[in-house]
Design a protein around this ligand. Structure first.
Ligand code: SAH
Length: 542
């Protein structure tokens, strides 16, 4: 007698296009197809002349037993599950029945598990890219699993910031589970956390709802719904749920995000959370595997986390531990003022305090100190720095104003204009770094003419220079485009130039390049007066 064969087949979400080629093949090759009635109907058009045995939903065990019996009698049997047969499907059950009968792979009926697209994937595809990162599936059905364990898993997943796909979220009788789950999740995640509800993905009655953790229960959730809950960095964009590929590496001073540009290689220092950065990684040089050996501190951390999940570290009131907070690098620059160059001893003490042991401080040519501090609480740092009287500015492609110190106050009339520019424009995001040099007298000893925009105060009025090439071997000063600008015109004039540049320049195009390309900014004509310097290009691209 021919040895029978058992196929355990996941047919995906339920439409013709999302079933795999192998699944169709084995269904057609089988003598018998066994599955829940609704599922058999979904794949009916693939069936040939097979005998179809369909049983009710509650009879999963007898279905598995029947399938094994038929295969043992020499038939090719396909047991079908929706999605993937190995995800809350028939695969495990089939093996359990076989094992009970003493089945061995070498001698018993042949078994092939045919993978399918599980609901977490099919539903995610209709929501945008909500899964993307570390995720888990949790079934809220407490028919076969104790509720206490399910609740513990929800808690652990919430705490560990997994994206969560809830299967079997609610049925006619099981209505409380999803309510309890929402309560647990809200202890760790913001009420605005994006949530997707997908009902009958890729089936006739498909319905997709995008909501959030606070509102999710105001929508229809049933037996055919999968609930996908974002992690702490998941966001909504154009009615899609997106979970970024990684966590934010940086906090910046601006609300606007200063994302790393594609061409910027990731720097180690931008990943303060990595194991290596923590100093926890030590290579066991003696071993053959060279497997990283994690020092005890990580083990301790894991134990502490476990203790939290087990509820041992709660405060007496049983209130939750902490909301999810993830450490990222906080990058910002500080200076004592636009014109002021003097740090007080207390300011230096504050810098040391906020930087702590892990923070770094870098002194820049623009008379600022750039701070890079791994933290989960950038706001605490900014308040401390502000209280110490620092001027705070973001780092990166932003507008900075650098003013001379006005000869210890002799030429103080122009200081307010520099401060006004700082107030209006300082720290704004630009296509490329943009520096405004501000000089308090015609001596221009502060080299304002070498900045992207140069302003020189002279006899009660301002001269304006545009388009310096501040760095490189072909560096040159800016062109004098306006002389004797009235003080009350200055701020609006520079604001307009900056706005035009911001709006029209290409990404990464520095002001001098933009000026040369468009030939005119706010009515100021570009004159090609820069000396032609015959020079081999430097390897770094200058
Ligand atoms: N083996 C299946 C899961 C079976 S458990 C799989 O891998 O997808 C049943 C649960 O799966 C349902 O309660 C629902 O949460 C989810 N599910 C299955 N098919 C779905 C579909 N087409 N759309 C939305 N959710 C689905």
């Amino acid at each position: 007698m021919e040895r029978g064969k058992l196929f355990v087949v996941g047919f995906g979400p339920g439409d013709f296009k999302h079933i795999t080629g192998r699944a169709v093949e084995v269904i057609q090759e089988s003598d018998l197809v066994i599955g829940y009635k609704t599922y058999v109907e979904l794949i009916e058009h693939f069936l040939n002349e097979q005998t179809v045995v369909s049983t009710g939903m509650t009879e999963e065990v007898s279905r598995a037993q029947e399938a094994v019996k038929q295969a043992e009698s020499g038939k090719k049997v396909a047991v079908i599950s929706s999605g993937d047969a190995g995800v809350y499907g028939m695969a495990g059950l089939i093996y359990e029945v076989l094992i009970e009968k003493g089945w061995k792979e070498a001698t018993g009926v042949e078994v092939e598990i045919v993978p399918g697209i599980s609901a977490i994937n099919s539903c995610a595809s209709l929501l945008g890219a909500p899964v993307m990162h570390d995720s888990c599936t949790i079934s809220l059905s407490d028919h076969l699993t104790p509720w206490g364990l399910i609740a513990k898993r929800v808690e652990a997943a919430a705490q560990a910031d997994f994206v969560i796909a809830l299967y079997n979220p609610r049925s006619g009788r099981r209505t409380r589970q999803i309510i309890e789950t929402q309560k647990i999740l809200l202890k760790y995640r913001s009420p605005e956390t994006p949530v997707g509800l997908v009902k009958s993905a890729y089936r006739d009655r498909q319905n997709v709802v995008i909501t959030n953790l606070a509102e999710m229960l105001n929508h229809d959730i049933g037996m055919l719904t999968t609930v996908i809950i974002g992690n702490s960095s998941t966001f909504l964009y154009d009615n899609l749920i997106i979970t970024p590929r990684g966590y934010q590496r940086k906090y910046t001073l601006n609300d606007e995000e200063q994302a790393l540009k594609p061409h910027q290689r990731l720097k180690k220092e931008a990943e303060p959370w990595s194991l290596e950065q923590e100093g926890n990684l030590a290579l066991d040089k003696g071993s053959h595997t060279e497997a990283p050996v994690v020092k005890q501190s990580s083990l301790e951390m894991a134990r502490a986390a476990l203790a939290m999940v087990n509820g041992k570290e709660r405060s007496s009131g049983g209130t939750p531990i902490v909301q999810q907070k993830i450490e990222a690098l906080f990058e910002l620059a500080v200076s004592p003022g636009v014109a002021n160059k003097e740090f007080t001893p207390m300011q230096l003490v504050t810098l040391a305090e906020v930087a702590g042991e892990k923070g770094r401080m870098e002194y820049t040519p623009h008379h600022k100190i750039v701070l890079r501090i791994p933290t989960a609480e950038p706001d605490t740092i900014t308040s401390q720095l502000k209280a110490a009287g620092f001027l705070l500015s973001p780092v990166g492609d932003v507008l900075s104003i650098k003013a001379c110190d006005f000869c210890d106050g002799e030429k103080t009339e122009s200081i307010p204009y520099a401060e006004e520019l700082e107030r209006i424009l300082g720290g704004s995001l630009m296509p490329k770094e943009l520096n405004i040099g501000f000089n308090g007298c015609g001596m221009s000893c502060y080299r304002a003419v070498m900045e992207d925009i140069g302003v020189v105060y002279r006899r009660g009025k301002f001269d304006l220079f545009l388009g310096a090439k501040p760095v490189g071997r072909t560096a040159h000063p800016g062109q004098l485009v306006a002389e004797g600008v009235e003080p009350d015109q200055l701020v609006s004039m520079i604001t307009k130039i900056v706005e035009e540049y911001k709006k029209n320049a290409h990404p990464n195009e520095r002001l001098f390049k933009y000026f040369k390309r468009v030939k005119e900014i706010q009515g100021y004509r570009y004159r090609d007066i820069t000396p032609v310097i015959e020079i081999e290009p430097a390897p770094c691209g200058d």
